[in-house]
Design a protein around this ligand. Structure first.
Ligand code: ATP
Ligand code: MG
Length: 202
C-alpha cells in the first residue's frame, strides 16, 4: 500500500548564516505555520567531507547546479565566467564546503503533505537576488551569484531544503539514524487531514 501523502518528509538545514542572522526561530516558525510537523532536529558543525558527500548524493547535482548558474547569468544578460557546467560546479562545491563548515548548522526533518514542494516554495529560489518576495530567501537576504563569484565565495542563502522526494530520502539518511526520526501525532493534523470533523461541536 502507498504511504498517505501526509507522511512525505523533507530535509531542511539552517545554514551557518541563518544562525548568525538570528533567523532560526523565524524560519522554523514559517515551516510550522504552514502545517508541517517537525520530526527530527539537531545542531552540529559539519566537516567538509560530509558536506561534499551530502551535495553530491544526487549524481545529477554537478551538471544541474552548473547549468542553473550559467542560466542565471544569461537571464540577466551577463556572460558567465565559465561555460562548462562541471567546471562551474567544481568551484561552487569548494566554496560551499567552506561556507557550510564555517559554523554550526541546524538540521531537521519536516513531515506533511507535499512537504518537499511546500518547503521549496517557502524557501524560494537559490539566488536571493531573484527569490520571490514572501519567500525566506527573498525576504531575509540580498546575495547574488555575481557578488559571490566576484568575492570567490558561496552564495549565502540561509537555508537548505531537499529538491525532490528521492533527494529527501537520501539526505535524511545521510544526516539521521532511523531512530532519531520521531513518530508522533499533532492535534492540528486532525483539521489538516481528517476526512470527518466529528467532535468539534459539543
Ligand atoms: P540548497 O541545495 O542549499 O537547498 P538549492 O537547491 O537552491 O540550495 P543548489 O543548486 O543545490 O541550490 O546549490 C547548493 C548551494 O550551493 C546553494 O544553496 C548555494 O549556497 C550554493 N551555490 C549554488 N550555486 C551557486 C553559485 N552559482 N555561486 C555560489 N554559490 C552557489
Ligand atoms: Mg539543492
Amino acid at each position: 500500500m502507498n504511504k498517505h501523502p501526509k507522511k512525505e518528509k523533507t530535509f531542511v538545514a539552517v545554514k551557518p548564516d541563518g544562525i548568525q542572522r538570528s533567523l532560526i526561530g523565524e524560519m522554523i516558525s514559517r515551516l510550522e505555520k504552514v502545517g508541517l510537523k517537525l520530526v527530527a532536529m539537531k545542531m552540529l558543525v559539519a566537516d567538509e567531507d560530509h558536506i561534499e558527500k551530502f551535495y553530491t548524493l544526487n549524481p545529477e547535482w554537478r551538471r544541474v547546479t552548473g547549468e542553473k548558474t550559467i542560466a542565471g547569468y544569461k537571464s540577466k544578460g551577463l556572460k558567465p565566467p565559465i561555460e562548462d557546467p562541471f567546471e562551474v560546479t567544481a568551484i561552487i562545491l569548494e566554496n560551499l564546503k567552506k561556507y557550510m563548515a564555517s559554523g554550526p548548522v541546524i538540521i531537521m526533518v519536516w513531515e506533511g503533505a507535499h512537504a518537499v514542494a511546500i518547503v521549496r516554495k517557502l524557501v524560494g529560489a537559490t539566488e536571493p537576488l531573484v527569490s520571490d518576495v514572501g519567500s525566506i530567501r527573498g525576504d531575509f537576504v540580498l546575495d547574488s551569484y555575481s557578488m559571490s563569484d566576484t568575492d570567490k565565495r558561496s552564495v549565502r542563502n540561509l537555508i537548505h531544503a531537499s529538491g525532490s522526494t528521492e533527494e529527501a530520502e537520501k539526505e535524511i539518511k545521510h544526516w539521521f539514524k532511523p531512530e532519531e526520526i520521531i513518530n508522533y501525532r499533532l492535534v492540528s493534523e486532525e483539521i489538516l487531514y481528517d476526512v470527518n470533523l466529528d467532535g468539534i461541536l459539543e
